[in-house]
Ligand binder design. Structure first.
Ligand SMILES: Nc1ncnc2c1ncn2[C@@H]1O[C@H](COP(=O)(O)OP(=O)(O)OP(=O)(O)O)[C@@H](O)[C@H]1O
Ligand code: SF4
Ligand SMILES: [Mg+2]
Length: 365
């Protein structure tokens, strides 16, 4: 199925070792999406819960890039926000440098965490105060964290940060609207770097940018990672971006990670049917006429996820077990895969098309 594919991850994923900087353990996040009580009484409907993230485990090695991919609404940003401490988990937790972040309740401890961990968002314009000059935008975290007082030293630091991200020191006097999208993302990166973080959560950092600008920003991020020893959690819809950046990869489907591990292995030899179909949706420039297996059906609602393996209504190799038993992760070389077909060693080399996903309740194809 993937013959001729040219995905290449840049290096192998680090194993889970004491150099794990961030660990997510059994993370579950649910949202109450119920109608107001009166409406529920009148319409005789019950409470509604969004199962955004279910029992997610992952470890990220210091200095590496862990990428999360999956269709819209599968829970990527919810994981990012929980890691950043702005979303409380319903269950499980996040540890940073070995300490559960729930312990960072005091103002001082939470400030320290916010200093060590920064976020870059998809839309740099929305995340930059349009009324502030760039110098003030970059100065704010430095002053807030008490790293430098206003004065010559702070001005020099702002100039240094602007140069680090490829902007001119004189840009400190301009406003965000005077810059292009790519330059604004450089300003966001300079602001994120201002507090000397160890970890940056990057939620679709280049998806609003033109392709050529995307490459420049991604190359800047890699350069900064090498120079400053940064660790990235990278969320992206774009598998080419992931292939360029990721050491490790987690593939999400409806709130769960279905396959994770070494990015090179997952991109070159995916095991989980969802990962295989997801990769198969991407055109291969080396085989433009190659027949591709279709990813059939819609993503089910996280308000009522399917029983068993949540992918079973769309999976071309689902069987009866899949519809009622949630698969556990099994080790496949440098990855973990949650799939009964993988565990039972019954995956065909290429997946059949599923023409009628709703009727797929039979045995393996
Ligand atoms: N505050 C909230 N209240 C209710 N539901 C929410 C809330 N935040 C997220 N959700 C729901 O949780 C699910 C996961 O959302 P999330 O934003 O994490 O997805 P995503 O993978 O980042 O999607 P996208 O690729 O579109 O950004 C979605 O069904 C979303 O509608
Ligand atoms: S074979 Fe079963 S467990 Fe594996 S992805 Fe398909 S439905 Fe899920
Ligand atoms: Mg998102």
């Amino acid at each position: 199925m993937l013959a001729g594919r040219t995905w290449r991850a840049r290096r192998e994923a680090a194993p889970v070792t004491p150099d794990t900087i961030l660990s997510v353990d059994g993370l579950t996040v649910r949202f109450d999406a119920s109608q107001p009580l009166l409406t529920r009484l009148v319409t005789r409907t019950g409470r509604r819960t969004v199962h955004a993230v279910e029992l997610v485990d992952l470890q990220i090695a210091r200095g590496s890039t862990f990428a999360l991919v999956g269709e819209s609404g599968c829970g990527k940003s919810t994981i990012a926000r929980t890691i950043a401490g702005v979303q409380r988990p319903t269950g499980g937790g996040v540890s940073f440098m070995g300490v559960d972040i729930a312990a960072f309740r005091t103002r001082r401890a939470s400030m320290r965490y916010r200093r060590d961990l920064q976020m870059i968002f998809q839309d740099p314009y929305a995340s930059l105060n349009p009324r502030w000059r760039v110098g003030r935008i970059i100065a704010e975290p430095i002053v807030t964290h008490g790293l430098l007082k206003r004065g010559r030293e702070l001005d020099l630091r702002i100039e240094e940060l602007l140069s680090t991200v490829g902007l001119s020191p004189s840009d400190a006097r301009k406003f965000p609207h005077q810059f292009s999208g790519g330059q604004r993302q450089r300003i966001s990166i300079a602001r994120a770097l201002a507090s000397n973080p160890a970890f940056i959560v990057c939620d679709e950092p280049t998806s609003a940018l033109d392709v050529s600008v995307q490459a420049q920003i991604l190359n800047l991020m890699r350069k900064l990672q090498q120079e400053l020893g940064l660790t990235y959690l990278l969320i992206s819809h774009n598998l080419a971006v992931v292939a360029h950046m990721a050491d490790s990869l987690g593939v999400m489907y409806l709130g769960r990670i279905v396959e994770q591990g070494d990015a090179g292995q997952l991109l070159d030899d995916p095991q989980h049917p969802y990962t295989r179909l997801l990769l198969d949706t991407v055109p291969d420039p080396h085989a433009p006429n190659r027949s591709r297996t279709r990813l059939a059906g819609e993503v089910p609602s996280p308000l009522s996820p399917p029983t068993g393996c949540a992918f079973h209504p769309r999976c071309p190799v689902a069987n009866e077990r899949c519809s009622h038993e949630i698969p556990r992760p099994v080790r496949v070389r440098k990855a973990w895969v949650s799939c009964h077909a993988v565990e039972e060693a019954r995956l065909p080399p290429s997946l059949p098309n599923m023409l009628d996903p709703l009727n797929n309740t039979g045995d393996a194809a």
